[in-house]
Write a protein that binds this ligand. Structure first.
Ligand SMILES: Cc1ncc(COP(=O)(O)O)c(C=O)c1O
Length: 955
């Protein structure tokens, strides 16, 4: 039993007497008995997790606070894709720190996600406006991976002739961020793409070239004219992608206006803290003709059944995920919460505000350029936005600049050739300007000049000056006062269901508590104000925390070492598979490329394997939903000479602990392959079993599922990989910072991925401790079996283990209901909204079903409410089946019911309004009103509109 001063007592939903009751209800005496019936004996841990006891919330607060004090917050002018920024407090408090925004799920159930869909539509509109391109997504993982997505998109859209010629060369300007180039190397090689890294003026075009990638302003901070380059590239039908600084485009002519096909980059400096590297949303915009090739999710406008404007995710749910091994990108979770914040930043500042921020930055950079030149330095960027670069006068030593700046708690950028760079940001003020001048003056033995008046605003040189307008839509011109802004945020917030409303029982997605104590440190400047490329001695709090976290995750997985770099589950899959490929390569077995993937796998598994240059071979499941071991054996043997890996999810995506798993892993090893475990279901393993004991070589963890990082409406994600000892040497490195690994090129832009959200997982582990972690897993399994027990008669549980138990989730059968009543799983999902619930996972991994995962954080009371709701819906289905309710005009087919549907003067349906809106008594006390009713997806895809439409289009 967990003591009531422990965090576990709060994290876990059911009280201990309820746990006893629930165990009895499902027919066991003790928790141990349930676990024995559920988890195969041969994979159960013999020893408890050696993690120490859990801390109280107060103890953890002190611990993390002490660590925070070990991070030193300097003024950092390193730039290189990361800039200090001011998160408007109204956004910090009402979005970033607001659980409605951070605990909501990816908006697949669009009717109850209209708030965040609008916020993301704003983001897309802002990206389109700034880049000068008509179509944008929302959003990608970071700038470097967005550049890789651009490369792959250009490659996939080669002309017929280019494909015939096997045009596989991408010309990359040498002045891109080093981390971008490094990630491009990782991603290019397995696809057979050759990178030519040269100065863009020397690009050699020939029929092998399919695309061009340049940066604007470039990595030195210089703004170059690429219009001639675009013309040359387009003449031979090569596409041009441009990595740009979004804020600079408020002043510079946007790439879309000089012909770029793609524009991408980071939206970090739109109010999202640096956070030691992330998470930040990357943007990606392109021309309309590439709408079916755009990676990531696109928010589009459609209408609901009553003709009301309604937003939803367009195209790509179909395009990307169903295509599986034919997918052109493996992006699933991206950085939705951060895109939401960046969009709100644009809403709050509006066109004039953003211009002003950009023009102030430019004015300061320009002022410093002039003043520092007066001290004898030479500023080397003829045209620039925020970044100036100096060569030293002969008598000045760079080391002097370095120590003088550190004395004043500032970080500058030091180029390998001895030049010094400064990137100015929106936080730079007069004092900062004077300190910078002091360093340069003292190093040059000059009198320190004094800036006494703010340099004001300055527009960019007319060669590059933007003339077109941006952010003209009403949404960017309405919310200047904080009162108005907070009301706008709240208005959107009220349209969304999140964990603050009710259980979100998404199978495979583990929507558990994101505890407030875990979240608190994220708002502290000691964590979010740190640039990822500062010397490590300024980030000791981070370094200590990350080392401990890696060691804890290694223990939990039973594996040797961990890379924190991947920014999502799918990015982890990719990184892990690449590690496996490197391993085979190191043994002279490059030909091992076949990746066996069971048919039940998540869509990202085959997509990641393809991105890693593997050949996907799908293996079947048997009638109980388990891997068909005999069929797998045959496939493994058939491919024994070229077998690279097996990808499995455990417990399976069917919600079952398969007894054969050890045998399966041995089989793969026998044939020379490696076992990759998708860790999406680690919530059923922690403390009871682990990937190491099962026999996996690599496993990614979804920290944004199992380890309490919130889902954020589709990101932040953190997908670290844990590997066995023989694979440690292949873990991804970083070109700028030593992240402790020396293997692959980078898989993400930042050395430690989304570092600033790691305190959440760290806190989760430290506060639960070894016992609490195990308890959480046990209760997750209990909660699932409790629901299964109560729903099995009405719906049926599709798959169970040998003893009739489910793991931490279950698949509810709905197909028989459709046959007898015409009511589909989609109708059930929409009807759940009328009861105030988000639907479970729909039609994954089995079409026509619902997959339910309650998690350990849901109380018995909430489970009972859900069970009552599901059984009430079942009764409604039976009414349709028996003819007591109309086949089409019924509460299910018309669900969800909005307030304006209910409050009409003439009610025309065949059922009463109370039944529509208040089907159970307790709903009257806490009614959530869906903002729109059933959305017409097909209409939205046929009439694709992905930016805020002109105001006259609103009804
Ligand atoms: C089983 C499984 N694998 C992989 C993923 C991909 O993870 P992410 O969305 O973080 O990329 C998911 C996400 O839903 C999943 O459920």
């Amino acid at each position: 039993m967990i003591k009531n001063d422990k965090f576990g007592w709060r994290h876990i939903g059911p009280r201990s007497h309820e746990i006893d009751e629930m165990l009895k209800t499902i027919g066991v005496e003790t928790m141990d008995e349930l676990i024995e019936q559920t988890v195969p004996e041969n994979i159960r841990l013999k020893e408890p997790l050696k993690m120490g006891p859990g801390l109280t919330e107060r103890q953890y607060y002190r611990k993390i606070h002490d660590l925070a004090q070990k991070n030193k917050v300097f003024n950092t002018y390193i730039g290189m894709g990361y800039y200090d920024t001011i998160t408007p407090a109204v956004i910090l408090r009402n979005v970033f720190e607001n659980p409605v925004w951070y605990t909501s799920y990816t908006p697949y159930q669009a009717e109850i996600s209209q708030g965040r869909l609008e916020a993301l539509l704003n983001y897309q509109t802002m990206v389109c406006d700034f880049t000068g391109l008509p179509l944008a997504n929302a959003s990608l993982l970071d700038e470097a991976t967005a550049a890789a997505e651009a490369m792959i998109m250009m490659y996939n859209t080669r002309t017929r002739d280019q494909k015939k010629n096997n045009a596989n060369v991408l010309l990359v300007d040498e002045k891109m961020w080093p981390q971008t180039i490094d990630v491009l190397y990782t991603r290019a090689e397995p696809l057979g793409i050759e990178l030519k890294i040269e100065g863009f003026r020397n690009f050699g075009f020939n029929d092998k070239v399919f695309g061009v990638l340049v940066q604007y302003p470039n990595s030195n901070g210089s703004v170059d004219d690429y219009s001639a380059l675009v013309e040359t590239a387009h003449k031979i039908e090569c596409k041009v992608a441009v990595a740009a600084d979004l804020l600079s485009l408020a002043l510079l002519t946007p790439p879309g206006e000089w012909g770029a096909d793609i524009c991408l980059g980071s939206s970090q400096r739109f109010g999202v803290p640096m956070g030691y590297g992330g998470p930040h949303a990357a943007f990606f915009a392109t021309k309309d003709e590439f709408k079916r090739n755009l990676p990531g999710r696109i928010i589009g406008i459609s209408k609901d059944a009553n003709g009301k404007r309604a937003l939803r995710m367009a195209l790509q749910t179909r395009e990307q995920h169903i295509k599986r091994e034919k997918a052109t990108s493996n992006i699933c979770t991206a950085q939705a919460l951060l895109a939401t914040m960046a969009g709100f930043y644009a809403v709050y500042h509006g066109p004039r505000g953003i211009y002003s921020i950009a023009a102030r930055i430019h004015a300061i950079a320009d002022y410093l350029s002039t003043e520092i030149e007066k001290l004898g330095y030479k500023q080397l960027n003829k045209y620039f936005f925020d970044t100036i670069r100096f060569s030293m006068p002969r008598h000045v030593k760079v080391e002097d600049i370095e120590w003088l700046s550190v004395e004043l708690e500032m970080n500058f950028r030091y180029f390998p050739n001895g030049e010094v760079g400064l990137s100015i940001d929106e936080t730079t003020n007069i004092d900062d300007v004077n300190w910078i001048l002091e360093v340069f003056a003292k190093a040059a033995n000059c009198k320190v000049p004094k800036c006494s008046a703010y340099p004001g605003e300055k527009s960019i040189d007319k060669t590059f000056a933007r003339t077109s307008s941006y952010l003209q839509h009403e949404v960017f011109n309405s919310y200047r006062s904080e009162t108005e802004m907070v009301r706008y945020i709240k208005r959107l917030e009220h349209r969304d269901i999140s964990l603050t409303h009710s259980m979100i029982s998404l199978g495979s997605c583990t929507m558990k508590l994101n505890a407030a104590t875990e979240m608190l440190p994220l708002s502290w400047i000691e964590f979010n104000g740190i640039h990822p490329f500062v010397p490590k001695n300024q980030a000791m709090g981070y370094q200590i925390m990350m080392e401990e976290l890696k060691s804890d995750l290694a223990k939990i997985t039973g594996l040797e070492d961990v890379s924190l770099m991947p920014n999502s589950g799918a990015a982890g899959e990719y990184a892990g598979l690449m590690v496996i490929m490197e391993y085979h390569k190191s043994r002279g077995e490059c030909h091992r490329k076949v990746c066996l993937i069971p048919s039940s796998a998540h869509g990202t598994n085959p997509a990641s394997a393809v991105m890693a240059g593997m050949e996907v071979v799908v293996t079947p499941c048997d009638e109980r939903g388990n891997i068909d071991v005999e069929a797998l054996k045959l496939k493994a043997e058939e491919h024994k000479d070229d077998l690279a890996a097996l990808m499995i999810t455990y417990p399976s995506t069917h919600g079952v602990f398969e007894a054969s798993v050890v045998e399966v892993c041995e089989l793969i090893h026998h044939f020379g392959g490696q076992v990759y475990m998708d860790g999406a279901n680690m919530n059923a393993q922690v403390g009871i079993t682990n990937p190491g004991i099962i026999g996996a070589d690599v496993c990614h963890l979804n920290l944004h599922k199992t380890f309490a990082i919130p889902h954020g409406g589709g990101g932040p994600g953190v997908g670290p990989i844990a590997v066995a000892a023989h694979l440690v040497e292949f873990l991804p490195s970083h070109p700028v910072m030593n992240n402790g690994h020396v293997g692959l090129h980078a898989v993400s832009a930042a050395p430690w991925g989304s570092a600033s959200v790691l305190p959440i997982t760290y806190g989760y582990i430290k506060m639960l401790g070894g016992d609490g972690l195990r308890k959480a897993t046990e209760v997750a399994i209990l909660n699932a079996n409790y629901i299964a027990h109560h729903l099995k008669n009405n719906y049926g549980i599709l798959y169970t283990g040998q003893n009739g138990r489910v793991a931490h989730e279950m698949i509810l059968e709905c197909r028989h209901l459709k046959q007898t009543s015409g009511i589909s799983e989609i109708d059930i999902a929409k009807r759940l909204m009328d009861y105030g619930f988000h639907a479970p996972t729909l039609s994954f991994p089995v079409h026509g079903t619902l997959m339910v995962e309650p998690t350990e954080s849901e109380s018995k009371r909430e489970l009972d409410r859900f069970i009552e709701t599901m059984n009430s819906i079942f009764a409604e289905i039976k009414e349709v089946e028996s003819g007591a309710a109309d086949k089409t005009d019924n509460v299910l087919k018309n669900a969800p019911h909005t307030q304006d549907m209910i409050v009409v003067d003439e009610w025309e349906h065949a059922y009463p309004r109370t039944k529509a809106a208040f089907p159970l008594q307790w709903i009257c006390e806490n009614k959530f009103w869906p903002f729109v009713t059933r959305i017409d997806d097909a209409y939205g895809d046929r009439n694709l509109v992905c930016v805020c439409p002109p105001i006259e289009n609103y009804q």
